[in-house]
Design a protein around this ligand. Structure first.
Ligand code: HPA
Ligand code: ZN
Length: 344
């Protein structure tokens, strides 16, 4: 006789197979957060850097966070092994190979220029390493891309303005700008001027908001920064008027389920507000944020949240479709991916 456990197991396997077949766009990925422990250790060795961890296991064991700041401290320290153009190329290439395995066909990638300039790394090294890997990935793996520098919100607005000036020679490679790092105490309004400057050049902007910070930060990101998307945005669920506003405007929320659990932004995947946001009509996408630190790439995020919230194949199709609708692809490319999803 088939047990209930067997049936559930079969159901999960079917859902996982369906997820594997869905073309996906990833819209919230910090390239520095895709630095796997193996690569961190190899790069440290290459550059003669002494890491405070003996091996991969010790490093992974340290990935236990109670909040965003604890993660950020480790993430910035880890990024110190990225020193030359090959390092940035290898990092990006490795991410694209993982993305390909998850049937990601389009990615919009963040990087943190200030994390590298603060260590004396030339932005040319950073940008050319990432961009060359993205071009090669597009040619060889068929993954289209956009690139989005993020400003670190724990630093001053003047630092962001200076960084924008330093990025000037590379502007042709960027499709928009974003805001990340320590959220609480660093509201979007702190960056009103620099974001206005970026928008005046016709570039879209995004901001992390409502990850740890209150719903008011999401409202500031909308009203003061005029963002095209909200990164995370999960705390919108605490404010019904804001949730309706996001749904009405179809402002994409780039949600990262495994990240939210790892950083204790939600108590568990089962308690994650993703389904409530979907049911309220919000445009929600599933992303991996910093996959090397949070236990999974985009496919794992889909599988884990589908299991925890009992998402149907129809829900999953809608989420994959939303990842393209929320992307900065051209309308014809969006339509092509949406048609593929429709036929599944
Ligand atoms: N939140 C804020 N800043 C970040 C994150 C995040 O999840 N990952 C990398 N920088
Ligand atoms: Zn993020």
């Amino acid at each position: 006789m088939t047990s209930l456990a067997d049936l559930l197991q079969k159901g999960r396997a079917g859902t996982d197979a369906f997820i594997a077949r869905l073309p996906k766009a990833e819209l919230h990925l910090h390239i520095e957060g895709s630095l796997e422990p193996e690569m961190m250790i190899a790069k440290a060795k290459k550059h003669g850097i002494q890491l405070p961890y003996a091996n991969v296991e010790a490093l992974r064991a340290a990935y236990n966070f109670s909040n965003l700041q604890q993660f950020l401290d480790l993430y910035y320290a880890g990024a110190d092994v990225l020193r030359d153009k090959d390092d940035f190329y290898d990092l990006t290439r490795a991410y694209l190979q993982r993305a390909k395995a998850d049937h990601v066909v389009h990615c919009e990638i963040f990087f943190d220029p200030q994390t590298h300039t603060a260590r004396g790394i030339d932005l040319e090294v950073v940008v050319t390493g990432i961009v060359e890997a993205l071009h090669d990935g597009e040619a060889e793996l068929g993954i289209t891309w956009r690139l989005i520098p993020n400003f670190l919100r724990h630093l001053s607005e003047q630092d962001a303005i200076d960084t924008l000036a330093e990025l000037e020679p590379y502007m042709e490679h960027f499709h928009g700008f974003g805001l990340d790092s320590s959220e609480v105490g660093n509201p979007p309004s702190k960056f009103a001027r620099v974001f206005a400057e970026i928008r005046s050049r016709g570039l879209p902007v995004v901001a992390h908001a409502g990850e740890e910070g209150p719903p008011e930060y999401i409202i500031e990101a909308l009203d003061i920064l005029h963002v095209a998307r909200i990164d995370h945005g999960i705390r919108a669920i605490e404010d019904p008027a804001l949730t309706s506003r996001l749904a009405r405007g179809q402002i994409p929320l780039t949600v990262c389920p495994l990240s939210n659990v790892k950083l204790c932004a939600v108590p568990s995947l089962a308690a994650h507000p993703l389904k409530k946001l979907l049911d309220a009509g919000c445009l929600v996408t599933i992303n991996s944020d910093d996959p090397a630190y949070f236990g999974g790439y985009v496919g794992e995020n889909y599988r884990a949240i589908a299991a925890a919230l009992d998402l149907s194949n129809q829900d999953l199709k809608m989420l994959a479709a939303m990842s393209f609708r929320g992307s900065w692809l051209h309308e014809t490319q969006k339509a092509r991916h949406l048609a593929t999803i429709d036929q599944l």
